[in-house]
Design a protein around this ligand. Sequence first.
Ligand SMILES: [Zn+2]
Length: 517
Amino acid sequence: MAGHHRAPVRRWTVSTPRGLPPGRRAASVRTRGLSRPRRALYLLALALGLGLGGCQDEPPRTPHVLFITLDSVRADRLGSYGYQQRDCTPVLDALATESVLFEQSFAASSFTPPSHASLFTGLYPSEHGLTYWNRKLADVPTAAELFAAAGYRTLAISPLKTLFLVGLERGFEQTFELPFVQEQGRMLLGDAEAINATILPELTAPGERPFFAWLHYYDAHRVYGRQGEQWARRYTDARVPLAVGDSEDYYQLGPEPRPGKAMSQADLNPAQARFISDRYDGGLAYLDQQLGKLFDALEAAGVLDDTLIVITADHGEVLSEHAEQWFSHDPHLVDENIRVPLLLRLPPSAGGAEHAGRRVASLASGVDLLPTLLSLAGVDAGSSRPSGIDLAPLVRGAGGARREVVFAERQAKDRRGEDGVSDDEALRLRDMSRMLRTVTHKLVHHVDRGTFALYDVNDERTDLFGSRPEQAAALVARYQAELARLSTLQSADSGLDDEALAQLAELGYLSKAPDGQ
Ligand SMILES: [Zn+2]
């Protein structure tokens, strides 16, 4: 791995969220009811020759699976995806040379909870039901449940502890939560250094079972470059006033002033906008450095060679390319928000080096990860019926099914039935949109407005829907066919129980529209 810089000096003061005892800083861990030993199952799996398999005369090894999601990381800021302005990601780019890289991979949503749920269920948001913070993952098999059933030790860590209230904790024996960090009145989520410090002892401890571990890193998310001056100013000069970019007020900026927002795009000059974008790269560089520390520690412990590594993101980030909303992700299904990195590094101990450096040009979707991982690790799919396809043949360079389209969808909170909210108003607030994308074009359906738009993917500012009627009609037909297929699956629309709703409200996720997670 590439060389690393010294860790930045932390300047944060740590406070405790309400309800926790003072001084509690370390991550908290929850152990769930799946922790009974599964050694027998594991040994059975070994005996049956499951797993990636090695040479003929070696016993087959069952790989560890390290599933890493990088919140808000758009593909085109990685050197391995063509970013040329600067080298923010030497560690990820080195990893890419050891991995299979999907050049055209798309998240199933532009919003954190539904996109993660799609990664872990192989289903689209309308199918798995976790469309917003007040909804809950439907009773469908999750990756953690399937790997647990195959004898894996399952563990997850996220600084966004609310994800463990809405169903994404299902199947994980242990979930590790990081305390919020408060700085100058802002609540910040735990950083990569804290994640590594908490999870590495777990991943490097000797154990009889392989692990399936989900690590959710939040360091590229707003507020960009919040890891301290070393990172915030890594790629910027000092002529722009320090205050720009330090506050949430500088994000989610629209063309016009909006209620509750102190600023609009017109209030920022180009140098300031550039400054904020440069800070995004600073946060990304910090994250990259910390991933290097994670991989180095796993290598030193002798774990890395036996580990299948997945690197992807739940969504990307608009960095002032689109006037509707600057410096944000949700709610727009533009490529900056949904085109994400996807690296799959197969374990060297199972012949992974043979596939190192392969680049796959075919379209891929977040819903493809579950069937692909089950296939690569030799884990039984159980009752799972993913909408995604198995990319394992493409990973191995053996051809196989190729996607012609990718599909994505997002919505805000659905408030139909609430007191004082008319159905029309509720739909306007929900603002559901769906997208169907080919290699060259994108159809966007604003469901609650009843409008379509058609874009060349190289220009998502010019709507071609009216001027290309035949192409539009063909894509609409394709879109409707895709929807019809989804509707044959369950459209789970289950709400949270009162306790979970109360916890989310206390953490601020339901009292206002958290349109930035
Ligand atoms: Zn996110």
